[in-house]
Design a protein. Structure first.
Length: 197
């Protein structure tokens, strides 16, 4: 995170942009849906410096970082102690952390319009190896590796589609089955699940 802050500060200085770089705690608060405030003293320190514009054009190369498992670069972990799971509805990704370190990541499919996946912080209250799930418009026998986090909402394996990275569910978090098995074996009852927009 320090390296990212330095890169942001250097880039902003090159552009002559006033910048207030959030702390790790502020980034964590933002990813959990909380708002942050910036003190007047901090705002006074952010002074715009004039920069001479260069006339030469440089080719910009976009570089992305992938976490192990092929998912996107890690988001700010919702916990620094113990195990926790972060689901981003915007990125359609799940990331699992242990003591603030990313241990696994995968694309997911969350709730479609009219069947939203709930946001907030929850705890896994139960684990079921396999069971039937049904409701208006769906009947799914033997849904594998279910981690219950709120009422009938769960993280679970998905054998009926492979369109991860796009909303597809009736509110649950659909996972690739092999990833769901790993997550099921890793997570404990009580593991924190944070779902953010």
């Amino acid at each position: 995170m320090k390296t990212l802050r330095v890169v942001i500060i250097v880039f902003a200085a090159m552009l002559g942009v006033a910048l207030i770089v959030p702390t790790v705690q502020q980034v964590s608060a933002l990813t959990s849906g909380q708002s942050i405030s910036v003190s007047a003293a901090t705002k006074k320190k952010a002074v715009r410096k004039p920069v001479k514009k260069k006339t030469t054009k440089k080719k910009v190369v976009k570089k992305t970082t992938k976490a192990s498992g092929g998912g996107p670069a890690p988001l700010a972990p919702p916990c620094m102690v113990g195990k926790c799971i972060l689901v981003s509805l915007s990125y359609q990704v799940l990331q699992a952390y242990d003591n603030g370190n990313l241990v696994m990541s995968s694309s997911v499919s969350t709730g479609i319009k009219g069947h939203a996946t709930p946001t907030g912080t929850f705890g896994i209250y139960g684990k079921t190896r396999s069971q039937k799930m049904s409701g208006p418009g769906y009947y799914l026998p033997n849904v594998p590796y279910i981690l219950w986090f709120k009422g009938d909402y769960s993280l679970h394996g998905t054998y009926w589609h492979h369109n991860f990275g796009h909303p597809m569910s009736h509110g649950c978090v659909n996972l690739p089955t092999s990833f769901a098995e790993s997550l099921f074996n890793w997570a404990d009852v009580g593991t924190q699940v944070t779902i953010v927009r």
